[in-house]
Design a protein around this ligand. Sequence first.
Ligand code: FES
Length: 138
Amino acid sequence: MYSEKVMDHFMNPRNMGEIENASGVGEVGNPVCGDIMKVFLDIEDGIIKDVKFKTFGCGSAIATSSMSTEMIKGKTIKEAMAVTNKAVAEALDGLPPVKMHCSVLAEQAIKAALLDYSEKEGIEIDGLEEFDFTEPEH
Ligand code: FES
């Protein structure tokens, strides 16, 4: 039912933890199940130098948290903005349809951390204002 990549990222999650004095922190909850994810970003010169996460959630939420943080590490803010939950699910060789909502948590938490960063820095990030933090896709 779960791909090997999902199992691997669930059993050995990458980038778990937190960053002190992070450039941006985002915390979101999934209204479908009540699970929570927190993302810490360390951003320098527009590049995501480091990223860590804490997820209180199911295996799919942990696997997508792990994979999505791998996908944005070392990338520009613009590249990180382009990482959608669907792209993360694809990188994991798919999630069962009933677990797709879990992958939304990771995308939202990353965007929430970018929003926190943009507010602290007084900058605008393209596409962030239009982003809908409320409605998870199923
Ligand atoms: Fe809550 Fe997966 S069941 S995030």
